[in-house]
Design a protein around this ligand. Structure first.
Ligand code: NAD
Length: 310
């Protein structure tokens, strides 16, 4: 396993990180016994970075992760979030953050969180995030309950705008650096690198689109993106390559991202994705994929307040 520095935090994360959205049944029902074995297997193979949220499965992901980490807490870097609690349920206030951290600590069965993040900040007012949310996260950090703080969300420009106004330790961006969208590169990466902010790339499978089984029903991407993923799948099939492997290899090769978070819930997925760490990247294949994606590259869907998507 390769480990990378997460900005200036001093933390070193495995380049393959364990995304625990699927532990909250976001991608079909997960088997609780298999989750325990999957988490254990991941740790045995050097995966040390786990990302959760009270939003995933409405606390189910945190609860299951907490159970799976009993006796293994010291082997992992644990990230979770506050501020998002349901599809439409957000609270970016200081008061809620101060209670949220205690609830997460209880569910995760630990007395500290390595990385505490404001979840999906594009649903908040910029001013509130800058003046209230981030200062509250810092207050929690000063209390010793969390080691570092960050923000997460979909529009990379808005993530940058926040971090330019108030310092954060990390930024988690999702669906903006993969085979279907690379706009994180212009909008966020140069800033993060120059400012020494840790960068986490989530959903390198574009929330399941870039898998052999395809996207979940709730997926918000426009039709053109699904069609482009189909064309990438055909190219990989012709070459006898796993679509998921090609997609993950592309993400692992990013030079600044500290960890690529992949949503997983079974031992089989973990072993397969660990294998992809040994795969070689192929520039000719990537060029062919880029041509096949064509104008669907960087197509987005709306997320959060319209003014935060500008
Ligand atoms: P993803 O792109 O990682 O895709 C997950 C899907 O891919 C699941 O259905 C999983 O079963 C499947 N999969 C994984 N490995 C596979 C393999 N080898 N073969 C076939 N299928 C495979 O999407 P995600 O889970 O949404 O994103 C990863 C993680 O990043 C999340 O779990 C979460 O921790 C984090 N995340 C955070 C935010 C945020 O903070 N706003 C947003 C998105 C994701």
């Amino acid at each position: 396993m390769e480990y990378r520095k997460l900005g200036q935090t001093g933390l070193e994360t495995s380049i393959l990180g364990f995304g625990t959205g699927p532990l909250g049944d976001l991608y079909g029902l997960a088997d609780p016994a298999e989750i325990i074995r999957a988490v254990q297997l991941a740790i045995e193979h050097g995966i040390n970075f786990f990302d959760s949220s009270p939003y995933y499965g409405l606390t189910l992901s945190e609860t299951r992760l907490g159970e799976a980490l009993v006796g293994r807490r010291d082997k992992v870097l644990l990230a979770t979030k506050a501020c998002r609690y349901g599809l439409e349920d957000f609270d970016f206030s200081a008061k809620r953050i101060l209670s949220s951290v205690n609830e997460s600590l209880r569910r995760l069965k630990t007395d500290y969180i390595d990385l505490f993040q404001a979840h999906d900040v594009e649903f908040a007012d910029l001013r509130q995030v800058v003046e209230e949310t981030i200062p509250a996260l810092r207050k929690v950090q000063e209390s010793g309950k969390v080691r570092y703080i960050g923000i997460t969300g979909y529009p990379p420009r808005f993530l940058r705008t926040i971090a330019q106004q108030v310092p954060v330790d990390t930024i988690l961006s999702y669906c903006h650096y993969d085979l279907l969208n690379t706009s994180m590169e212009q909008a966020l990466t140069p800033f993060a690198r120059a400012a020494g902010v840790g960068l986490i790339n989530a959903s390198a499978l574009h929330m399941g689109i870039l898998t052999e089984q395809g996207a979940p029903k709730w997926h918000p991407a426009p039709r053109e993106v699904h069609d482009a993923a189909g064309r990438i799948g055909e190219i990989c099939k012709k070459r006898n390559l796993a679509l998921t492997g090609v997609a993950l290899r592309f993400a692992f090769d990013h030079p600044y991202v500290a960890s690529t978070l992949v949503g997983m819930k079974t031992q089989a997925e973990i072993l397969t994705n660990l294998d992809f760490l040994r795969m070689k990247s192929d520039p000719a294949l990537l060029a062919e994929i880029r041509a096949a994606v064509g104008p669907a590259l960087d197509l987005e869907w709306p997320s959060g307040k319209p003014e935060n998507n500008a």
